[in-house]
Design a protein around this ligand. Sequence first.
Ligand code: ROI
Length: 167
Amino acid sequence: MNNSAAERVVAYIGLGSNLANPVEQIQAARTAISQIAGVSELAFSSLYQSSPMGPQDQPDYVNAVISIETELPPIDLLRCLQGIENAQGRVRKAERWGARTLDLDVLIYGDQLIKLPDLIVPHTGLAERAFVLYPLYEIAPQLTVPGKGHIADLLKQCPMNELKRLD
Ligand code: ROI
């Protein structure tokens, strides 16, 4: 493909935080994402409070989803998101599924199915996670998740449980 006419793709990114003022972390991440060169924000969901999935001895999370239009290839987008996580003080620990200041996940990238060592898209577990599905549905109620089906059908299979919309 000719890069001078880079294709623009709609992508969805999940945001999560449960340390160091999660609401501020999510808001700062939103600003940082929309300032990445080659990215423009399309929509941003409400903030949601959720009880931790995984180890329970950690604070509740704040979660949200942003949709963007981007000309960055998926790996470049991932690297930019990791840069934002690091800039916001994320410390990667050995413990799986521990507390974090900021987690940014590429949930969906156009209609692509991606299986790279560092990046699986659509995100593994997307269909089982209320804290991803509900904010995603809020901003994209007509979405078909590549390889998984219509968002409304996924939502029906996923109880809201402890998820609470903030604002
Ligand atoms: N649990 C919730 N509720 N929200 C998250 O964003 C989140 N992120 C994670 C793990 C540790 C799996 N649990 C989570 O990475």
